[in-house]
Design a protein. Structure first.
Length: 266
């Protein structure tokens, strides 16, 4: 495979991954759903974020319930990112706490979380979980990203995937590029999606090739422009040096460096 083909292949593969990920998970933003009860995605999984912006908002006091559509279904939460404002003197300024039920009197699934930490996976005992998120008037960060998976205990149905840890998840979540079982078993026996199928290049592959070509063209244009500027600078310096040598040797031509003749008295 030559360099050009490798470039196109890499960009196409990256775009396929991005497109696939963006299509497969529903995102729930806490700031948009304060004091609301949200039913978990019918796809069986999703992503929880504090806000749709790069940084979460100040002065938040937001509680949201995430629930499944059946009392037999429970929720698994995996923290892929957690970065809130650091505590001062042991007191959290911005915080998140998750409860194993619909209110703050329910048992806590987590402690009061803040700072930049790694949080272990947690799972509910029932079909409802309360998120209690708070932020003060100053300081904010990128917040958190939490994958959730709807699961049941075995035996699994015909439309479910049987995880190695005994959980039963929606069958469509197998090989979706996410560890939705929590033990990686749903991604253990997956093949890389082919960029070229029987019908030719897929739309994602075509988009990747176009994007890669544009990037390569822009890179070449940038290199050429730098080369031209260096050539002009070198030429200008060379001409300046030659003019100085002429002046030192008494070979003044009557014109300055810029080609202007000496002013003559009337």
């Amino acid at each position: 495979m030559n360099i050009m083909a490798w470039w196109h292949f890499s960009v196409a593969a990256l775009l396929i991954t991005i497109l696939k990920k963006s299509e497969s998970l529903d995102v729930v933003y806490l700031s948009n759903n304060c004091n609301a009860t949200i039913t978990a995605s019918t796809s069986g999984a999703g992503l929880l974020e504090p806000d749709s912006s790069l940084y979460y908002k100040n002065n938040q006091d937001c509680q949201m319930i995430l629930a499944t559509d059946s009392s037999e279904k429970r929720l698994l939460f995996q923290f892929v990112r957690f970065n809130l404002e650091e505590a001062i003197d042991g007191q959290c300024l911005d915080s998140l706490r998750i409860y194993d039920g619909p209110n703050t009197t329910s048992s806590a699934l987590t402690s009061t979380l803040c700072g930049r930490i790694q949080v272990p996976d947690v799972e509910s005992s029932g079909n409802q979980v309360l998120f209690d998120f708070k932020s003060d008037e100053d300081g904010r960060t990128s917040g958190f990203g939490i994958y959730y998976t709807v699961f049941t205990d075995g035996p699994c149905g015909s439309n479910q995937f049987n995880c190695s840890n005994g959980k039963c998840i929606t069958g469509a979540l197998e090989c979706d590029s996410y560890d939705m079982c929590g033990d990686g078993s749903d991604e253990a026996n997956c093949e890389v999606e082919a960029i070229v199928d029987d019908g030719g290049l897929s739309p994602a592959a075509i988009a990747g090739i176009i994007a890669g070509s544009i990037c390569l063209i822009l890179l070449i244009i940038g290199i050429v422009r730098v080369g031209i500027n260096k050539y002009k600078s070198h030429k200008l310096i060379k001409e300046l040096v030659e003019e100085m040598k002429k002046n030192q040797a008494g070979e003044h031509t009557g014109e300055d460096f810029w080609g202007n003749g000496d002013d003559e008295d009337d």
